[in-house]
Design a protein around this ligand. Structure first.
Ligand code: OAD
Length: 256
């Protein structure tokens, strides 16, 4: 795999690298993206119909089953070579690498990345929908082939336990968003990996980076809403491009 020369040059020169990832970063681990055809039970639903406070209030059992299905899927898959490459790159030759992810899975952390900012929350962050206390109790199993399961109740106030993810229309965690903006503004290089660039404000970060003077590189097999913001577009997948880039940066792999 040959790394495009301008991408490699920018990666070698960067002191602060920011990697903005979306569902495409998890695709080669086996987790379906949001806007590819959803598999099985959920094929006819879009995230916009499921990941909203309205959907939750309308049918908590149905929305919970969808999240538990994704939660179960993530628990069975492994980080791929792209996740591992990012973790390996961090803090080598004095380069600092921060991952800002829209994903709610923990694949970056399981690969060894330590500087990870979750813009849309995390599957593990279950909490009470009313008093917001974190919930660490048992989670129900989705019945085989079922698509509904009643949420557990908060031990403190008795309200329903909800997924710790950001739904459409909800604010991003303020501290996560501020850190993402700060890191983006400080970056020399921003890699945008596996996102369609449809959901704001996350999708606005590449423009923030470009305005702040960073080199913006998109790693995605197809054109996206962000492609026009990138200085360089690398039409490759995450699990192929990232290991090749990190090997080339550390001098272990083929240059262009
Ligand atoms: P999408 O499903 O919208 O986009 C996934 C992107 O990954 C697409 O551009 C694909 O071309 C690309 N892709 C697929 N396979 C890839 C691979 N192997 N390597 C690299 N890229 C690949 O997912 P997101 O952009 O992450 O928000 O969606 C953003 C948000 O919309 C999510 O965080 C979620 C969703 O609704 C909330 O739930 C609030």
């Amino acid at each position: 795999m040959t790394v495009p020369e301008p991408v490699l040059t920018a990666a070698r020169a960067a002191r602060h690298v920011l990697v903005l990832t979306g569902a495409g970063m998890s695709a080669e681990s086996g987790v379906p993206t949001f806007r590819d055809a959803q598999s099985g039970l959920w094929a006819q639903y879009s995230p916009e119909e499921l990941a909203t406070p309205q959907a939750w209030r309308r049918d908590r059992a149905f929305v919970l089953a969808w999240y538990l299905w994704r939660f179960g899927l993530v628990a069975t898959v492994e980080p791929h070579a792209g996740h591992v490459a990012l973790a390996r790159w961090a803090d080598r030759n004095g380069q600092h690498v921060t991952v800002v992810t829209q994903n709610v899975d923990d694949l970056h952390e399981r690969a060894g990345s330590t500087a990870v900012v979750h813009l849309h929350g995390a599957l593990s962050g279950w909490r009470c929908e009313a008093c917001a206390r974190p919930y660490r109790g048992a989670l129900p199993n989705v019945p085989e082939g079922g698509d509904r399961v009643d949420p557990p109740r908060c031990p403190t106030c008795g309200a329903a336990i909800r997924p710790g993810v950001v739904w459409f229309g909800e604010p991003l965690p303020a501290d996560a968003w501020q850190e993402a903006v700060d890191r983006t503004e400080a970056a020399d290089l921003v890699l945008v990996v596996g996102t369609s660039g449809i959901v704001h404000p996350a999708a606005g970060l590449p423009s923030v980076a470009r305005s702040a003077g960073a080199v913006v590189v998109e790693v995605n097999p197809v054109e996206t809403e962000i492609s026009h913001v990138a200085h360089h577009t690398w039409r490759e997948t995450a699990a192929v491009a990232l290991p090749a880039l990190v090997d080339a940066v550390s001098g272990h792999g083929p240059a262009a």
